[in-house]
Write a protein that binds this ligand. Sequence first.
Ligand code: F6R
Length: 259
Amino acid sequence: MEVVIRQHEQQCGVTAADIVADAVLSGATTLGLATGSSPLSVYRALIRRHRQGGLSFAAAQAFLLDEYVGLPPSHPQSYAHVIRAEFTDHVDIDSERVHSPNGVADDIFVAAREYDALIADVGPVDVQLLGIGGNGHIGFNEPGSSLGSRTRVKTLTEQTRHDNARFFSGVDEVPRHVITQGLGTICDARHLVLIATGSHKAEAVAAAVEGPLTASCPASVLQLHPHVTVVVDDAAAAHLKNADFYRYALKYKPAQQKY
Ligand code: F6R
């Protein structure tokens, strides 16, 4: 696991965007996208690079991590809508190839299994962007999630509903259920890039990177993955015991990755 500590959120966004851009320029075609606040600086940097020329997503397809149950893609807070507004509508990716779980399917349990099967069929995801919840969730795999889980319906904790209430008119509007890629599904991606900024993420980041491998901190499953980059700002790195070591560590240079 490589931990990159940058001073500010915007620098974290540029670092993570460079990783995604390098992968795309090396032939990566399958992107895993996260929503929420954490990846916004990444998307802004990618849009900038696309507009400057030379970075095209025309050959790419994308998979979202998760979706709220009950929100159609037309709802402004559905993740299918958010990813269009924040990223995919601003680059040249084919919107038909931006996939998300169907949170309004007649049978959401079947929809979850079908989404998992689709990723397995046309994947693997080459680069997966991740944020982290204050309670250590990735995707919406809340504490207690099986470390080998597949895409399925999950119930949000009250903490997560309160954390996400800022996007809605109040906590009561935040759906209780979601379809989320499982931890096993996420770990099928070839390169995981987690971005976390702000002091409210410091405890979860330390638990994920340096704590025990445990379902109580779902993000700790990243410790089992062969290629993870954690990009954090100073505030989110504040509880890392080995922060100095990460700052001086040689940057990981994989053998030319073939996509
Ligand atoms: C969103 C997702 C979640 C968020 C996490 C952090 O697609 O999967 O895991 O990444 O809840 O949210 P923010 O970035 O809003 O703090």
